[in-house]
Design a protein around this ligand. Structure first.
Ligand code: FES
Length: 154
């Protein structure tokens, strides 16, 4: 269930867009910020507020990797594996993180601290290989940098 605050925020952003469909991404972002992931019930609720069919809202959420369709850990590591990052070692980055964290891509550590995901281009190709942890980018990754980043996750 979304809070009244989130529902009001979604209604407010509706005014920024020429039509309801255009507001779907912003509305899903607001919902995810509150709930952490977009369950079927949450997407149904967002669709209701937007006055859109639920399958259309689900399609938007399904298309973009930034929307979590299942719960993620406190830290969500998203490694770009698109062309530029792959050419500069993204697969190694994923394997390295997987080994360090003891989880495979798509999994969350048993303590719910970290989720490891692979995603498409995050728009930072010039600093490949790169990853995003929650809202922050980490670029020009090396094993040493990753070790340091992981050691600083509280
Ligand atoms: S290919 Fe990785 S950020 Fe674009």
């Amino acid at each position: 269930m979304l809070s009244d605050k989130s529902k009001e925020e979604i209604k407010r952003v509706l005014n920024k867009y020429p039509n309801k469909r255009s507001a779907a991404m912003d509305a899903l972002r607001i919902a995810q910020n509150e709930t952490g992931c977009l369950s079927g019930d949450v997407m149904q609720e967002v669709a209701g507020i937007l006055g859109m069919p639920a399958p259309q809202v689900n399609e938007v959420a399904a298309f973009y990797t930034m929307y979590n369709k299942k719960p993620v850990g406190k830290y969500h590591i998203q490694v770009c594996t698109n062309v530029s990052c792959s050419l500069l070692g993204a697969e190694h980055i994923v394997e390295f993180l997987s080994r360090k964290l003891g989880i495979k891509k798509g999994e969350t550590t048993p303590d719910k601290k970290v989720t490891l995901s692979v995603v498409e281009c995050l728009g930072s190709c010039g600093t490949a290989p790169m990853m995003q942890i929650n809202d922050d980018y980490y670029e020009d990754l090396t094993d040493e940098k990753i070790e340091e980043i992981l050691s600083k996750l509280p």
